[in-house]
Structure formats: C-alpha cells, structure tokens
Design a protein around this ligand. Sequence first.
Ligand code: BGC
Length: 761
Amino acid sequence: MRRAFGILSLVLLLIASLSAANDLARPDLAQRVEALLKQMTLEEKVGQLVQYSAGDATGPVSEQVSFQELIAKGQLGSLLNVTGAAKTNALQRVAMEQSRLKIPLLFGLDVIHGYRTIFPVPLGMAATWEPQLVEQASRIAAQEATAEGVRWTFSPMVDIARDARWGRIVEGAGEDPYLGQLMAAAYVRGYQGDSLANPDSLAACVKHMAGYGASEGGRDYNAADISERTLRQIYLPPFKSAVDSGAATVMSAFNPLNGIPASANQMTLTRVLRHEWGFQGFVVSDWNAVAELIPQGVANDPATAARKAILAGVEMDMESGLYRRSLVELVRSGELPESVVDEAVRRVLRVKFALNLFDRPYVPVPASASPRLDAAHVELARTVAERSLVLLRNEEFHGSPLLPIASDKRTIALIGPLADSAVDMLGSWPGKGDANTAVTLKSALTQRMQQTGGQLLYAQGTGINSSSEGGFQEATDTVRRSDLVILALGEGAASMTGEAASRTRIDLPGNQQKLMETIVGTGKPVVLVLFNGRPLALPWAAAHVPAMVEAWYPGVQAGPALVRTLFGDVNFVGKLPVSIPRTVGQEPMYYNPPKTGRPAGNADLSHPPQNSAEKYVSRYIDEQNSPLFPFGFGLSYSRVAYSDVKPGSTSIDVQALNRRAGSVSVSATVSNRGPRATQEVVELYIGQRGTSVNLPAKELKGFKVVSLSPGESQVVEFKIGYDELAFWNEDMRYVVEPAQVTVWIAPDSVRGPSAQFTIVK
Ligand code: BGC
C-alpha cells in the first residue's frame, strides 16, 4: 500500500493550510485592528513593536529593563523565554489589568523540535522524508507549549545549508529546497493547526530570512553573497512554502546579504515577502539584529539603525531596545512617517487577534505539574526517531551482514562517550526538555539484554572532546570479552552544534577517532552509531567499520529507537537530507551545483591526472569530487531495485506547461529483492539541458514513500508539470523553457535509472 502524499491527504492539507493562511486576512479581524489602532498613542504603538527576553538570554544582552513597568504603561508587546502557565498569566495580568488599552502580551520561545517531549533534531526529522510525521510532532509540540502560555515559536528554521561547518545546519532540513519546502509547510501546519484561534495553536515564525545558511566559510553570523537567481531558486522557496501555509510571522536574519544586512533588507522583507508573496503577518528581528546594523556599518547611531530596520519591513525588535528608544522621536522629528509605524502595529495586532489572545489571554494553571511525558507523545517520539536513523553501511562480517544484530551475539560491548549521555540525546534547542526523560542507548540496551538473557558490558572509553587515553585499556578489555561492539561516538550537542558552534574540522572531536581505530583493531565486529548535528567526514570509518548508523540526536526516545532498529524489530527507512563529504575541503558540498564546462566525468581520480584530458577538469588534485555518502542515500535491511523508467510521452509543448495545462507522467518499477518488508523513499530527480540558464545536473522534484513486502514490485508514478520544470530564467521570469529533460527515479541522488523527454516550442 502506498503511503504519504495521497491525493486526498494533499487536498486535506491544502484546505488546512488555506484556513490558517486566511486567519490573518479575516475582515472582522481588520475591523478590530483598525478600531484599536485609532485609540493608541504613539508610545503605545511603538510598545507593540518591542520584545525582550524575560528568561534565559539566547544572545548578548545590551540593556536591563523593568518588564512590569513597561507592560503596565502599554509599552511592551511581547516577551520571549518565559514559560509556565502561572508565570505567563502573572505577566499577562499586568497587561490586561494595568495597561490602558489591555492589549495582551504574546509569549514566544524557541520550540524547535519539541517542547517537553523532545523529537529528533530538525536535520534528523528531515531524514525521515515524511512531512506528515513532522506535522504530527509539531502538533504535539504546540499542544505542550501552549498549555504553558507560549503561543509563538521561533520555528521552523528553513535555511538551506550547504556547508557542514556551519553549526546551525542541525536546525534545518538540510541542503535541498524541495525537501525543505515540504518540511517547512509541515512544521507550520503542525504548529498552527486548523486555525490560529484555537487555544492550542502555536504561531510559527519562519526563519532566518534570508541567506543565513550561506554564511561564508560556514562561520556563524558571517556574510552571505547569493545571486538573486540562486536566492530565488534555492534559498527562498522554503520561506515561500511556509508563508503559503499560513506562517503568522517571519524572523529576519543576522547576516549581511549581498551587501545589505538581512535585517535592513528591503528586497527580501518588503519586495518579496510583502508585495510578491502577500504576507499578512509580521517580521521580528533576530536577537539584537537591529542594533547590529551599527557594527555592520549601515548605521552610525541607534536611531538610524531603528529607522532602516522598520523601513525595510522589520516590525518587531527582538531584544535590542532600539525601537523602544528611537521610534517615537523619529516620528516626532519627521524622520519616519507615522504610517510606517501604523502598518507595523497593524501586523502585530493582526496576529494577536488571530490568536484570540484578546478574548482568551490566560491559560489554565494545572493543579499539579506532572514531570512525566504523555505516553502517546513518547510513542510518536520513538516512531519519528526510528525513521530518522540512516543506515550508512552494513557489510558482511563472517558471511552475513552485521545488522540486524543476530541472536547469537550474547554479549555486547557498548563503548563511547555518547552511549549514556542523556542530555546530548536532546540535541541543540531542547525546549523545556528534561534530560531525565531521555532514554540513552545504554539504558535501552541494558533492558533489551536483560529481556533476552544476554549481557551488556559498558565502558565509556573517552570523553567527547578529551585527549586522555586513560579509558582505552578498559574499553579494549571490555570489547575482548564481547561478541559484538556498539560504538557510540559523535559531537557534543550543546557545545559543538547549533548556534555559534561552527567547526573547521568536521571529524570526530578529541581522541574518538583513535578510540575507534583501537576498538576496530581488536578484530571484533563493530557497529558505529554516530550522534551529530552535521555531516561528519569519516573516510576511515567508511572503509574499516563494517556497520555505520547516522543517528543525529534522536530525542527522548533515542535508546529504544536505536535498539529496535539495530535488532531489526523495525527496518531502517531514513535517507540523508545532506551530502556527507570525504573531507572538509570539499565544503560547501551539495548534490545540485550548476553544471561545469569541464566535468570530471568518469576520470579515474584515484591517481594524479595522467594527461591533459584528465588534468583540465573540475576536480581536486588530492581528493575525489564525490561525497562519502550522497544526498538522499540510506540503506535498509532490504534491497530495493529500480527499473523501467518510462515517460508517458516523449515530448510536451512548452506553452501548455506554462499555462499549467499539461504534464508528463513518468513511472518506474521498484522491487523489494530483500528478505524483509520495507518502506522505500522513492526519489524523483530532474535535469534540464538547452535552457537559457545553467541549471543543476539533477534536482530533487518529488518523492514517495512506498511500502514493499518481500518480493513485491510496484509501479511508482510521478507527474512532471509546471511546478517541477519552471525556473528563474535569463530574464528573471519563473517559466518553463524548451529543453531536453532527463528524469531519474532513484534511491538517492547518484544512482538510479533514467529516461528522457523533450519540451518543445
Ligand atoms: C537565534 C534565533 C532564535 C533567537 C531567540 C537567536 O540568537 O538566532 O534563531 O530564535 O535567538 O532565541
């Protein structure tokens, strides 16, 4: 039976997204906004555009203010990082009882991959290739967060990330705009539900607009230089998808973008977002980004920074205090039209009305707070975690694949610094997640071995970033007494991934590589389980360790999810949402660059070039071009074969496509040749030649998750029309052009059979 993307579910999702999108355009809402706006003083208007953190600082803090006082005067619109029904209600009470106009506060928080029930990090969620799972997880996050007074999350982060050095690659859906679009929409639908007005609806904030993921050298907060075509073709589509799904808010980024700071960028925030996309919600700056226009050199004083940001389309100032200190004076002195402030206030109020905050400002305070997570939420966390795991390698060891772990492996040695680190399982931005609720690999394996009468031996071996080899001996002694080793290695979630955690070495930190080589050197079969927030370049492991699993940070159900897949209770289904390089020197690495005039083709790159034909091609002299593991790749306990790619017709008229009146259907046969049932992510790639601009050789344009029992074959069909074929052409028009089209229906971005058709004039 086919899963995902049935026509019916698409229609239902479309209806749901339309209704959320329409929330902000409701005429009754506009009337209430205008009526309130008329009563507001300039100070009160500016107050709605001001936001401070009333809890943890998630960035530098430049000023201390009295929230209570500002709220009472009607000069604060929003707070972030304050949670809990009692706390949010208490602050809300000041707004509702002491301020003149009783405009409710909006409480925001980074609810990124769960609130209390922590799901896999977003990069891991993307590895499921199942947007409906992401939607379900986000719905749960929304229910948990809203119960504690939080009605706004700074998520989804939809920055396309092509450079594994960038720490924030963990927060998004990876390198591909198509997968990114589907994930962006899924988060928004999940958070916002059917209507923003529902008490458990969490307003989404799509971030960081724009180009933050292209920070040069993968260094956080660095400049991004992206041509308009690439911006529109690659970086903006996930934002558009979130906005089309009704995202109530957008966050402007820190980085300079093509010379203009993203938080003073008229092109992205006004021309594209407001005018082209018709966005009705509001834009909040990233933390202190308004003040950072000064060090970025486009403002010499706070007032200029505030004026530039609001004129560009930043409606709310997170944390810098510059709107609070400057906007009133700027309007009074005539340097800023009051109509600009009015429009910003309108947008903020629109979201507050849509959330029904005026009529329901408080949340019920629970009689007693239970530290336990809801069982159904935990179960979904386990399912999502299982599906986020990517099997990278599963070689034969003494005649049969190492995984699933065979029942004769009675004694298992578990080694490594990530084997029992609950806090790391939660990943970066763990919301209000509690490490005590996270089940580690060690505790889940202990339970499993007890149930099966086997034995688990454990030694940490080394720390995550340690140079001491003090634990190596104990680790090898432990390994020698076992039948099989599970090695749990990787990065520290909080210190090495996420914001302000860029790395120049994307390998195993500390002496983990050495530990791995020592353990593999014992001759025991080793399963390497990797916990990390970015692709790690591990060529030695890919050559010497028989089994490798990419686990990302799986969340509260890390251990059970891993145990169930490693022992084969469930199959591996995840596929990579990012390319894994051989070496950091290949970064930025992504599967869909424009075509070069001198492709390396089939040149044998294992040795130095032998002649001019081998030399003058686009390659490195010391490394292959190909990734260690390509985008879209993931093994399972089955073997799925792809064959018979056939287009329904060999040519199609370009005008019909541009009228959206035609499509070519392309089908392929996928067959499960393995011994187990599986769910295969069937990927559709398209390449076009003969167009006015240089398009990537291959671009993901669709996928379907197909369930296959052993021996079963299915014909999988995709329709290829305007949406799959249009691009920003030479004249910067988004159209289909005559072209020679190659279509792959494939297991990943490298392999798979192809067929062709022609788009004719
Ligand atoms: C991050 C944002 C986050 C904000 C609020 C900033 O430092 O860049 O992604 O939403 O802090 O915590």
